[in-house]
Write a protein that binds this ligand. Structure first.
Ligand SMILES: Cc1cc2nc3c(=O)[nH]c(=O)nc-3n(C[C@H](O)[C@H](O)[C@H](O)COP(=O)(O)OP(=O)(O)OC[C@H]3O[C@@H](n4cnc5c(N)ncnc54)[C@H](O)[C@@H]3O)c2cc1C
Ligand SMILES: NC(=O)c1ccc[n+]([C@@H]2O[C@H](COP(=O)([O-])OP(=O)(O)OC[C@H]3O[C@@H](n4cnc5c(N)ncnc54)[C@H](OP(=O)(O)O)[C@@H]3O)[C@@H](O)[C@H]2O)c1
Ligand SMILES: Cc1cc2nc3c(=O)[nH]c(=O)nc-3n(C[C@H](O)[C@H](O)[C@H](O)COP(=O)(O)O)c2cc1C
Length: 591
């Protein structure tokens, strides 16, 4: 199906604007709100700077918590996003904490990339007066676990800084380890300040502390999720589709939970009963044996169902298991030189496959659960607007099901949700704000939304919100899936918005409806002139969905469009797109 255009679209590109570089267009209108606020608050000296690198808010929340705790210890401190930090201030810093996530494939969070680049460049200053400590957030199921924290930690030392506290690399259940690290590091910083009181004066920042947004602590959060009732759970993909993508509606009534378009819903799933049973059978453990968990004492069967990740294999689990079993071949696989073999081994295998292949006769239930990591909540981009559907939250969920190494496998959370079709069932949920994926403050600003597959979810929320808000800014969607007939997610809704002229353009890429694959970025390139014109008029660009393949390809397509239509060099085009990111006019929510 071809792209559709509504209304006359004759936009002429200002001849000089791209050559003037996007940064010179950082006028008041496009400058991020937070920057404008903080610029006004210059000049208070702070002893401790806490820089955070985040995409989905965990590192920010911890950095703000650390700043608060530092203040309680009488240490002036500011928490600041690396994206808003002026690298030239680094030379004057004496006490620095870094709290950072890792994203991509061992890459810095996108907003932190320029600072990461700067620190590793020849421009980075000598830091022999600096005392620092680094907290690293990550997920041990990724090959490059906590890589960005490791990078910062090593580079600050290389530049002459002194490490005040050892780096801690946190896995998905980071809370306890992070809290302990904050306590310990602040104690070390406080000791130093006690010994060298001149450090209290600290540096005078060009950008003062980012005011923590006035937030009322929600009654329901990660530690205390809300039991949300399922209102609706329907399959969006039609008969004959290779995909099982579902639309799920949950009730938030009585929770007091609110969210903005772009925010994320986290849900705490349970492992499937047959997976728990198979694991009990493979280990020979008794289901009723009692074990102590973070949530208290419970039967092993219950603990395996809701407390521990018992499918996804991680190197830390394999290491602990290999050590306790003494299997030489498993230990060999964990040698750093065998990294590729280890990745091949992990792919498509679960915990049970290791237990069956490498039995440990005297394995104890308690010892075994200690090797497992906590079952992490899964995140889903919210597909509805709170204002348009008060007390509800909608999700678009692709069920992960595949067959490998002789077994049918089921993604824990996606199939837990997909299979809970009985209305009334409750699921523990909480909301995670996503400050890096937000509609423009000015409702007149045009937006370009690129969301193949489940990546379309937040754009349904964006459209509902803009409709509710009567926003006048134009809206353009690029959507892609495998087949038009079965996989056009929310087709009737998009068509209704087109008809109402709320959606001004939609371009569709059904990859498997013809012999040659067609993807969203192909459609973008076909529309490069208009797309560039929208950019030059101040449009915001949003990308959501697959992080590994789609997002980098779309990024390259944007650069090509600027290069081609702006008549500038490839380097200038790259800089232009980077500037869009700096100005928060190009935001991504990819996974
Ligand atoms: C910010 C954010 C927003 C997200 N939004 C959405 C959304 O709107 N909709 C959505 O559906 N998802 C979304 N996700 C993804 C979601 O969080 C889950 O990761 C996804 O649903 C899978 O979780 P699961 O528990 O079902 O699978 P898991 O039990 O975590 O299993 C997934 C793992 O299985 C393995 N695997 C998968 N397929 C195969 C295969 N064919 N062969 C071998 N191994 C395989 C991979 O290792 C994969 O990591 C989002 C993620 C993030 C971080
Ligand atoms: N972490 C997890 O466990 C997990 C679970 C679910 C989904 N995901 C990720 O989330 C993503 C979204 O999944 P989804 O099922 O909604 O959709 P998807 O797999 O992203 O597919 C949506 C459309 O994008 C196309 N596509 C494939 N490669 C592309 C590329 N390089 N550039 C642009 N488009 C491309 C697909 O085409 P073809 O299929 O014809 O190539 C399809 O038409 C997946 O890619 C997956 O990586 C992760
Ligand atoms: C798309 C994606 C890629 C990720 N890549 C890595 C990785 O390569 N290494 C790692 O240790 N963690 C990785 N993570 C896990 C995050 O670092 C972890 O979830 C962290 O708590 C996120 O913090 P934030 O909310 O501050 O961004 C990745 C997460 C996502 C969603």
């Amino acid at each position: 199906m071809e792209g559709v255009i509504i209304g006359p679209e004759r936009i002429t590109m200002p001849a000089t604007s791209v050559k003037a570089s996007a940064s010179s267009r950082t006028n008041q209108k496009h400058q991020p709100e937070s920057n404008r606020q903080v610029e006004a608050e210059r000049t208070t000296a702070v002893a401790l700077t806490i820089l955070y690198g985040t995409e989905t808010g965990n590192a920010q929340q911890l950095a703000e918590q650390a700043a608060e705790q530092a203040q309680q210890r009488g240490l002036s401190a500011r928490a600041i996003d690396m994206a808003n930090y002026k690298p030239r201030e680094l030379k004057a810093e004496r006490l620095l904490m870094i709290v950072t996530a890792t994203h991509g494939e061992g890459d810095p969070p996108e907003p932190a990339q320029p600072f990461h680049e700067f620190l590793h460049s020849r421009k980075a200053p000598a830091l022999k007066h600096l005392r620092f400590a680094v907290l690293s957030l990550g997920d041990s199921s990724y090959e490059h676990f906590c890589q960005t924290g490791k990078d910062f930690d090593a580079q600050l030392e290389t530049l002459g800084g002194t490490r005040l506290a050892d780096r801690v690399d946190c896995d998905v259940d980071y809370e306890d380890a992070a809290e302990a690290w904050i306590e310990q590091s602040l104690a070390r910083f406080a000791e130093i300040v006690e010994r060298e009181p001149e450090l209290r004066q600290g540096a005078t920042p060009a950008v003062a502390s980012e005011p923590a947004q006035a937030r009322e602590a929600p009654a329901y959060d990660k530690k205390n999720p809300f039991p949300a009732e399922i209102l609706e759970n329907v399959r969006l993909t039609g008969r004959g589709s290779a995909k099982e993508t579902r639309h799920v509606e949950l009730s938030l009534e009585g929770s007091g939970l609110r969210f903005e378009p772009g925010d994320i819903l986290c849900l705490a799933p349970r492992n499937r009963p047959e997976v728990v049973d198979a694991l009990l059978a493979a280990t020979g453990f008794s289901a009723s044996e009692l074990v102590d968990t973070r949530s208290g004492r419970m039967s092993l069967a219950e603990a395996l169902a809701r407390e521990y990740e018992i499918t996804t294999l991680t190197p830390p689990f394999l290491k602990a298991y290999a050590q306790c079993g003494g299997h030489a071949s498993l230990q060999a696989l964990l040698e750093p030189s065998n990294r590729e073999k280890l990745n091949d081994y992990i792919w498509g295998r679960h915990v049970i496959d290791v237990i069956e292949q490498f039995p440990v006769p005297d394995l104890e239930p308690r010892g075994f659960v200690e090797m497992l990591r906590r079952l992490p909540a899964r995140e889903y981009s919210i597909a509805s607007s709170f204002e348009a559907n008060p007390d509800e939250v909608h999700l678009t969920v692709a069920a992960v099901r595949y067959h490998s190494h002789g077994r049918d496998r089921h993604g824990v959370a996606s199939t837990y949700l997909a299979d809970l079709t009985e209305p009334g069932t409750q699921i523990p949920v909480y909301v995670k704000p996503n400050k890096t994926f937000k509609l423009p403050a000015d409702p007149d600003t045009p937006i370009i939304m690129i969301g193949p597959g489940t990546g379309v979810a937040p754009f349904r929320a964006f459209m509902q919100h803009r409709e509710y808000d009567e926003a006048r800014g134009r809206n353009w969607l690029f959507f892609g899936e495998q087949r038009f007939r079965t996989d056009f997610l929310y087709q009737t809704e998009w068509q209704a918005w087109l008809k109402q002229r709320l959606l001004h353009r939609i371009d569709l890429a059904f990859s498997r409806d013809q012999s040659q694959k067609v993807y969203v970025q192909d459609r973008m390139l076909e529309r490069s002139r208009e797309l560039f014109a929208w950019l030059e008029e101040g449009a915001h660009v949003y990308v959501c969905g697959d992080a590994d393949r789609m997002a980098p390809d779309v990024h390259r397509a944007l650069e090509t469009i600027v290069h081609r239509e702006g008549g500038v060099s490839a380097e200038r085009a790259t800089e232009y797109v980077k500037n869009l990111q700096r100005e928060k006019r190009y935001q991504r929510d990819v996974y």
